[in-house]
Design a protein around this ligand. Structure first.
Ligand code: PEP
Ligand code: MN
Length: 333
């Protein structure tokens, strides 16, 4: 159960209530205390009634992210770029899998700028399957992204791979990306809960929708109200494509959660030939954005070479995505 407490209750009493209710709590952006009890509680106990302003019962431990709590998509404002809420924006997040050099990332930034895209993505700490593959430029990569942000006026999104650099990523990024493999790392999730920047959480490729959304509850219940879901494909028996993009799952997330949704056709497909058609299908799902990998020269990309579009392919795709977005009353940003 979620309880909004009345104003003016002292810290000692708040802690006492939290202990009695076995609740997690945080102070909302608007200044009131939010207390979240285990979901099996369905009514405010009599000892707490006098302290509670509003209460919401959720049907499972999807609580803060649920429609039972907020029956509209949360608005997320990234330095003036808005998704969710009443906005009908679909945010295109474009860029290479990894930051490789200033030349490469500045070319990517120029492409985004020329298409009116607000958000540049690239990884600096790559969660590679093999320790012998390129692991990313680390802090040097973050500094290159920071330079791209300043020179081109773009928002930057980059991923956290493990706890060793979570503070650096939080400091440099405008949106923090928690990757599919890091989605279960509670140290990262809790740190993101204390950050005051939006967090995009990718669905682990072996997680259920329930587990996926519960992972975001660690961030939300830490007091960070700005969380975005990202479906990027799950593992099925199929091996011809890299993963299987779960669009049925997306319909579930739209119906039952209040978090904006970004879809990632690049990692789901794994091969560039499928990305444009899938991307159009993603926009048609009426979601808040897309994440697409694009590289100045995909053939020599240091990670995910097979799935990255080149600049011409991305430019052509962007044009057709605008048309699909227009047909459902959305605007690409
Ligand atoms: C990525 O975004 O480059 C990435 C590694 O994605 P995922 O975490 O979805 O595998
Ligand atoms: Mn990638």
């Amino acid at each position: 159960m979620i309880l909004h407490l009345k104003e003016g209750i002292n810290q000692h009493k708040i802690q006492e209530l939290a202990d009695q209710l076995q609740a997690v709590h945080y102070t909302s952006k608007d200044g009131y205390e939010v207390m979240i009890t285990p979901s099996k509680l369905k009514e405010v106990p009599s000892f707490a009634v006098e302290f509670v302003n509003e209460s919401f019962a959720a049907s499972s431990d999807i609580q803060l992210a649920s429609r039972d709590y907020r029956n509209e998509v949360r608005e997320i404002n990234i330095n003036g770029t808005k998704i969710g809420g009443k906005n009908r924006n679909s945010m295109v997040i474009g860029g290479p899998c990894s930051v490789e050099s200033w030349e490469q990332i500045s070319e990517s930034a120029q492409l985004m700028k020329s298409l009116g895209i607000t958000t540049l993505r690239a990884g600096c700490f790559k969660p590679r399957t093999s320790p012998y593959s390129f692991q990313g430029l680390g802090l040097e990569g973050l500094k290159l992204l920071d330079r791209a942000r300043q020179e081109y006026g773009l928002n930057i999104i980059t991923e956290v791979r493990d706890a060793s650099h979570v503070d650096d990523v939080i400091a440099y990024a405008d949106i923090i990306q928690v990757g599919a493999k890091a989605m279960y790392d509670h140290g990262i999730l809790r740190k993101c809960g204390k950050a005051r920047k939006p967090v995009l959480v990718k669905r682990g490729f072996g997680t259920t929708l329930q587990e996926f959304v519960q992972a975001t509850e660690f961030i939300l219940s830490g007091g960070n109200e700005d969380v975005i879901l990202c479906e990027r494909g799950i593992r099925t028996f199929e091996t011809k494509t890299r993963f299987t993009l779960d669009l049925c799952g997306v319909a579930f997330l739209k119906e039952y959660t209040n978090l904006p949704i970004i879809l990632d056709p690049s990692h789901a497909m794994g091969y560039r030939y499928g990305v444009p058609d899938l991307a159009r299908a993603c926009v048609a799902m009426d979601v808040d954005g897309l994440l697409i990998e694009v590289h100045p020269n995909p053939e020599v990309a240091m990670s995910d070479a097979a799935q990255q579009l080149n600049h011409q392919e991305f430019t052509d795709l962007h044009k057709s995505l605008s048309a699909v977005a227009g047909a459902i009353g959305r605007t690409l940003i």
